[in-house]
Write a protein of this length. Structure first.
Length: 350
């Protein structure tokens, strides 16, 4: 655990598996995709934790499991000290939310990745933003419409457009509507699942600035998920780097960017372009060989050893644990213990 004050969100040894269809002549074999493999972190009130890593590393699954949109296979998720991972019941042979978990939905919400798919094309913006208010009995009549118009203003949209449908808005505007819907009930926790990846580059900065402003104005606690390290750095207080379902490094944003210690983090940072052409040409680029291993049959030992240019024999045998090397900076790598290993082999972004 990095933070010592009581967090709003506390995740311990989170595991999420997705069973695959039975294999073999008689259906005896049954593999599973290990999407999240023992993740632990905490997020204090008002803080933003960035989850970063390449596609398939388990970032989005982690975010959904934190909100209990997916039932964890094992591990614990505490929201404001409440063990919400236990609030599931079996109904008709399937798992469903306990009534307590449904009631907690007002306090934690999600912004989804694709604004084209997350908004109902048959509903007007007014209906989309009114739906959570109606479901929880928060407002009625004129008060509800006033709240919808204020939500539009909050995310920088003209409230006169509430009678329009999602297809009448641009991609960036649709994502603002998704953010407004997530804010409708006044949540304390907001999980933003790659909210800019489906947008044009020219619009991404606007959405990032909007999220940063809303966090300050509303006192939101956020988990910001992205594969773009530059975007994560822009909005996050702390950053956790994920690889193959595990957190391999976690630190405050400034420390992690300036002195990355895990070879995978160093490779990610070396891929971020620098605005200075001279520095960009002069710096060394770390190019990883090979492909991301299969989460169905992950490698033994350190999950990164199959692509690590600095691997040693013990990396193939023993899985390193995430441990603090200095207060507030944790790394899961055997090599940080080796004398002479550079803390940052490439020039960093400024």
């Amino acid at each position: 655990m990095i933070e010592h004050a009581r967090p709003l969100i506390e995740v311990r040894d989170l595991v999420v598996n997705f069973p695959l269809p039975a294999t073999g002549l008689f259906g005896g074999g049954r593999d599973a995709v290990q999407a999240v493999a023992g993740v632990s972190f905490s997020v204090r009130r008002g803080q933003t934790l960035g989850l970063v890593g390449e596609s398939g590393c388990g970032k989005s699954t982690t975010g959904r499991a934190v909100l209990q949109l997916l039932r964890p296979s094992s591990g614990s998720v505490l929201f404001d000290g409440l063990p919400i991972h236990e609030w599931w019941v079996r109904r008709g042979g399937r798992w469903a939310w306990d009534a307590r978990l449904h009631g907690l939905r007002q306090r934690m919400q999600m912004v989804f990745q694709d604004p084209f798919a997350s908004l109902n094309p048959r509903m007007t913006v007014e209906a989309i933003l009114s739906e959570p208010l109606r479901n929880f009995g928060v407002a009625t009549g004129r008060d509800r419409r006033d709240r919808v118009q204020r939500l539009m203003e909050t995310v920088g949209l003209d409230p006169r457009f509430i009678r329009r449908y999602p297809h009448e808005f641009s991609g960036g505007q649709r994502q603002r509507i998704g953010i407004a819907r997530a804010l409708a009930l006044g949540p304390e926790l907001l999980v933003a699942d790659e909210p800019i990846s489906a947008l044009d580059v020219s619009i991404q900065a606007q959405v990032l600035n909007l999220l940063a402003r809303l966090r300050e104005e509303l006192g939101l606690t956020m988990i910001f998920i992205a594969h773009d390290l530059a975007a994560v750095r822009h909005v996050s207080d702390r950053i956790a780097v994920m690889y193959l379902g595990r957190i391999v490094e976690e630190a405050d944003a400034q420390t992690l960017i300036a002195t990355p210690r895990h070879p995978y983090t160093q490779a990610l940072i070396s891929a971020v372009p620098l605005p200075d052409p001279a520095r960009e040409r002069a710096r060394a680029r770390i190019v990883l060989s090979g492909e991301l291993p299969s989460p169905v049959h992950p490698p033994s030992g350190c999950p990164f050893h199959t692509r690590c240019p600095l691997r040693e024999d013990r990396c193939t045998r023993d899985a390193p644990r995430l441990a603090e090397i200095i207060p507030g900076h944790a790394v899961a790598c055997h090599l940080v213990e080796r004398p002479g290993l550079p803390s940052s082999p490439v020039p960093q972004t400024t």
